[in-house]
Write a protein that binds this ligand. Structure first.
Ligand code: 5CA
Length: 163
């Protein structure tokens, strides 16, 4: 367990931990020795169902970055989601666009800790799992969370995103 002040955490994860604590989230940021860069790696490292990993995926839609917190068990059906969300087409962000929108690198993008507010959808499939894990700013840090917390932290909209 790490506390938000723990200087052993990478700076980007300390910022995420600070935001979580300020929002009253009790789950702590964990730094693992194994990579948690992908949902499969995170699920293996945490010994949990891959569906309980909440991937923070950045897309560009209507010329702005948006965030789709997606269960690791499936891909985003971008066409269906754009319609449901009442937005223009969703294109996957480039690594540079991800960095610019989040201040974080691919494989470590967290639901929070970004330089600006990103319009956000939370995958309804995540409601199948009482405990979720999300990245905390780097490819080795994660924190435990729930759908309700993710909705509250991001001001997001709960929608089906899968096929
Ligand atoms: N740390 C885990 C969750 S605990 C994580 O970040 N998973 S992830 O799925 O959100 O991060 C990997 C994702 O980064 C992939 O699903 C993919 O959507 C995205 N990604 C990987 N490579 C690229 C790339 N070259 N350009 C844009 N996105 C990419």
């Amino acid at each position: 367990m790490e506390s938000p002040e723990d200087t052993s955490l990478p700076a980007r994860s300390r910022e995420v931990a600070r935001i979580l604590t300020a929002a009253g989230v009790t789950g702590q940021v964990h730094e693992l020795t194994d990579s948690t860069r992908t949902a499969a790696e995170a699920a293996a490292a945490l010994n949990c169902d891959v569906g309980a990993i909440a991937n923070s995926l950045v897309f560009i839609s209507d010329d702005e970055p948006v965030l789709v917190l997606t269960s690791g068990r499936h891909k985003v059906d971008t066409a269906a989601l754009a319609t449901r969300w009442n937005r223009g087409p969703l294109r996957r962000a480039t690594p540079e666009q991800v960095r610019q929108a989040t201040g974080q690198a691919i494989g470590g993008v967290a639901p929070v800790g970004h330089p600006g507010v990103l319009p956000t959808v939370v995958d309804a499939a995540l409601t199948d799992y009482p405990q979720l894990w999300a990245a905390a700013g780097t490819p080795r840090t994660v924190f435990p969370t729930t759908v309700d917390e993710l909705l509250r932290l991001t001001g997001g909209l709960l929608l089906p995103v899968g096929p």
